[in-house]
Write a protein that binds this ligand. Structure first.
Ligand code: ADP
Ligand code: MG
Length: 188
């Protein structure tokens, strides 16, 4: 009988694969993924794009953010205001210094305007071939997207090694529309 792997086992498996990548590979991957994003994600009607501040061994997003700034897109970053509540997105302009936010994640300061993103580029721990997404297990993105008036386009941004066979979908899980890695783009 096939073993059912639960979310927390999958998280550990995917985190270990990500942690084993060399720094040289990671650097190249960030540039390759940025190119693949720009070539494949429709941006004509898009003004505001939520990025993330890369933590742990997440795919570095700064090369992509620089290119989006150069295209005059507005970038924002998620901010946790209260534990286990939806996040808000604050504008991040080129040159703005970030401050320490909740969970030691850098965020724009309180003077930065709150924006509603057209696209959310989402970090993740693992994804599967159907576009299911596994985060760190707190459901922050699921909760944030659930209360938005208009669902933004959701683009997972991750190393290809973060793909797993199957992630059990729970009713609160919001699936990805696209996945961009250093290797390819997937549309779900
Ligand atoms: P992650 O998406 O970070 O991998 P999970 O999908 O396992 O984490 O979600 C973690 C928890 O977050 C869930 O058990 C659920 O209680 C909570 N959660 C997720 N989305 C919502 C929501 N829209 N409203 C309320 N709670 C939510
Ligand atoms: Mg989830």
């Amino acid at each position: 009988m096939k073993k059912i792997i639960n979310k927390s086992e999958l998280r550990n498996e995917a985190k270990a694969k990500r942690a084993a990548l060399s720094s040289n590979f990671m650097l190249q991957a960030a540039n390759q993924a940025a190119e693949i994003f720009l070539q494949n994600i429709p941006l004509e009607k898009v003004n505001v794009i939520a990025a993330y501040y890369a933590m742990n061994n997440e795919l570095k997003i700064l090369p992509l953010v620089e290119k989006l700034w150069a295209k005059n897109k507005q970038i924002c970053l998620p901010s946790v205001i209260e534990n286990n509540q939806p996040m808000i997105f604050r504008a991040w302009q080129r040159g703005d210094e970030l401050i320490d936010g909740a969970h030691n994640i850098k965020v724009p300061d309180e003077n930065a305007p709150i924006l509603v993103p057209d696209i959310i580029i989402m970090p993740l721990v693992a994804f599967d071939k159907k576009g299911n997404r596994l985060g760190y297990g707190k459901g922050y993105y699921d909760r944030t997207i659930a209360q938005m008036d208009k669902k933004p386009l959701l683009v997972g941004y991750a190393y290809s090694v973060q793909e797993v066979e199957k992630i059990e979908h729970e009713s609160h899980d919001v699936p990805l529309d696209y996945l961009v890695s250093e290797k390819e783009v997937r549309k779900f």
